[in-house]
Design a protein around this ligand. Structure first.
Ligand code: SER
Length: 320
């Protein structure tokens, strides 16, 4: 059995990953680490919640010892948009938080550390279509810089200390449980909320912006499958490309119009356009498919139907 700590459990991925892991391993085996945000009832009612800040090593050690944690998943990060507004904060949280966790895992001889990465590791000189697993990593955002360094650092701990550190390069993640915060791909979530609430959306990137995206059920599956994969079969460790779908904003709008014909969209690109333009259109994830059997389930229309249904229900209940 393993005792898992998810750092960053109040975030978009963390909040749902904790619940999925509790279903698999048992509620008391998965500690939700939250920083300041008040945890949701779903988190507090299904297992332990503790205040954990990756930058506060003392508090981190206390929680690790209290629950005999032997697996840490680090979901705490400052994303691309917020990172550009406060580069030093992004460096501090993304790098110092990560090294604290890796060092603690090394000292405590933990079984596994999961260090998520992102398509933000790529940059304007990376091939844009079917971006290969092994390619140019010259990002132009501080978030991307920390993610490249994080991949290298995780791989270093594997090689130098024989540890089990793993990670995957998430594309934009789309979900309806917890809103993303401060990322460039946030428009792909906001568009669905606005379609339900106001039947119109003003997008902060232009209509032709195409990025790799993934629906949350696939994100959870990819994360759990990578954690469960046989370590000896992994040809990579902290940098697996994982793809699911790739579409422009205009294609999203068309997909929404199949359900809400009166939906309108306009465009007011801001500083995040340049970030989106520096990232790939789609990724080649054959290494993940070959090494640990990765295969996504959702395409754009299946996701749109699901998102509009879930957000529509929230709206009907007056929750949004
Ligand atoms: N969703 C992230 C962002 O937009 C990318 O990993 O910053």
């Amino acid at each position: 059995m393993k005792n898992i700590l998810v750092v960053g459990s109040a975030g978009q991925i963390g909040s749902e990953l904790v619940l999925t892991l509790r279903e698999i391993y048992g509620g008391d085996k998965v500690v939700a680490g939250i920083r300041k945000t008040k945890p949701s009832k779903k988190l507090t009612e299904t297992g332990p919640c503790e205040v954990v800040d990756a930058l506060d090593t003392k508090a981190l050690v206390e929680v690790v010892d209290k629950y005999k944690i032997d697996v840490i998943i680090n979901m705490a990060a400052i994303l691309s948009g917020t990172g550009e507004k406060n580069p030093m904060l992004a460096w501090d949280v993304n790098m110092n938080g990560l090294i604290n966790i890796l060092e603690l895992a090394r000292e405590r001889k933990m079984k596994q550390v999961l260090v998520p990465s992102s398509i933000a590791v790529f940059g304007p000189t990376t091939p844009v279509d079917d971006t290969p697993q092994e390619t140019i990593l010259k990002p132009t955002t501080i978030y991307g810089v920390t993610k490249v360094a994080g991949e290298l650092l995780g791989d270093y701990y594997v090689k130098r200390y024989g540890m089990d550190v793993r990670g995957l390069r998430y594309p934009g993640i789309i979900s309806h449980e917890t809103l993303p915060g401060g990322g460039t791909t946030d428009y792909a979530v906001a568009i669905y909320y606005e379609a339900i609430k106001n039947k119109k959306y003003t997008c902060f990137v232009n209509e032709n912006t195409r990025l790799p995206m993934m629906y949350m059920p696939d994100c959870l599956k990819a994360t759990v499958d990578l954690m469960e994969a046989d370590f000896s079969k992994l040809n990579y460790h902290c940098d697996y490309n994982v793809g699911a779908m790739s579409f422009t904003v205009a294609e999203m709008a068309e997909s929404i119009k199949k359900h809400i014909p009166e939906f309108e969209i306009d465009y007011e690109p801001d500083f995040r356009q340049a970030i989106a333009d520096s990232w790939p259109n789609s990724v080649d994830d054959s290494a993940a498919r070959n090494d640990w059997g990765w295969k996504p389930d959702f395409d754009l229309d299946a996701m749109t139907a699901d998102m509009l249904k879930a957000i529509g229900e929230k709206h009907a209940k007056g929750l949004i």
